[in-house]
Design a protein around this ligand. Structure first.
Ligand code: KMH
Ligand code: ZN
Length: 289
């Protein structure tokens, strides 16, 4: 990277997640058309990557292929060329077979969660054999993994996966900081984690709740990528609910530009992340405001 031209930032938007509910915020999308619309809003605001979960019509988390397929098809039918990243994390309590239901045609990336942890009052189970299995399926399907790291020990699992040949570049590392049970969203923690990467890799940060924008700012300064979205945080400011995913993406794009970092387009994000170019009939790049 040149010293004088800061590299572009890949903005990911996690538009729905598995945990947040419409009782918490009316902006949380449930139906495939609502989730697809949320993805379009995020893309138009400058997100290059959309991190997808799906829901049953009543809002319960779903990893059913038909739900993911409808979301993906609707996003593409609208001419959106954002990179589509499907969650294999699903929701706490789901088994691995169920979680893998999200890897539908049209997905380009998939998450790979690198360890078991307390997740609020629940336990998010990612035993090492399960991680290996999910990594294998991601590779079989030709997808680029986003390795989700919530705690420092998970970098050792990343190193182990590399050493054993279960994971190879290209991959992105997402530091998810602020989950109750994982590492908190502090600059010190993020710097420590980035220094601990076993090899140079594209990395980003997703700050949970009140950590979202502060962590984005630190990552922007350190040359990392950023993730925002209603999965991670429902608020535009203290006590003020965000109107939707677009508002959160706009806020981080504004901060990025203040630091001289333009948001990468989806095509630029594919080049940066080693993702092959998809065939998207009728897709046109979003005009980032
Ligand atoms: N819902 C969380 C338990 C992922 O998308 O891969 C896990 C999660 C991670 O959201
Ligand atoms: Zn997720």
């Amino acid at each position: 990277m040149s010293e004088s031209v800061p590299r572009k930032v890949v903005v990911t938007c996690a538009v729905v997640g598995a945990e947040v509910t419409r009782a918490q915020s009316p902006a949380v999308p449930y139906l495939p058309e609502e989730i697809a619309q949320a993805a379009l809003d995020a893309w138009r605001a400058g997100a290059a990557v959309v991190h997808l979960h799906a829901r049953h019509p009543d809002g319960r988390p779903s990893q059913r292929p038909e739900h993911f397929r409808e979301v993906v098809d609707r996003i593409r039918a609208a001419g959106c060329d954002a990179v589509l990243q499907c969650s294999t994390g699903g929701a706490v309590g789901m088994g691995v077979d169920e979680r893998l239901g999200s890897l539908v045609d049209g997905a380009e990336m998939a998450t790979l969660n690198l360890g078991t942890m307390n997740f609020g009052d629940d336990v998010f189970v990612n035993a090492r054999p399960d991680i290996v299995r999910i990594a294998g399926r991601i590779r079989e399907r030709g997808l680029v993994p986003e390795c989700e790291v919530y705690d420092a020990g998970m970098l050792e699992t990343l190193r182990w996966l590399r050493d054993k040949g279960h994971l190879a570049p290209p991959y992105q590392v997402q530091f998810v900081l602020g989950v109750p049970g994982g590492m908190s969203g502090t600059e010190r923690n993020l710097r420590f984690l980035v220094e601990g990467l076993p090899e140079p890799a594209r990395w980003g940060v997703a700050g949970i709740g009140r950590f979202e924008m502060p962590m984005a700012e630190v990552a922007l300064g350190l040359g990392g990528d950023v993730r925002v979205g209603l999965e991670d945080n429902l608020y535009a400011a203290k006590g003020v609910l965000a109107s939707g995913n677009g508002e959160l993406v706009e806020a981080v794009v504004r901060r990025a530009r203040e630091r001289g970092r333009e948001p990468a387009t989806p095509e630029e994000a594919r080049a940066a992340l080693g993702i092959p170019r998809p065939r998207i009939p009728g897709a046109a790049p979003a005009a980032v405001p």
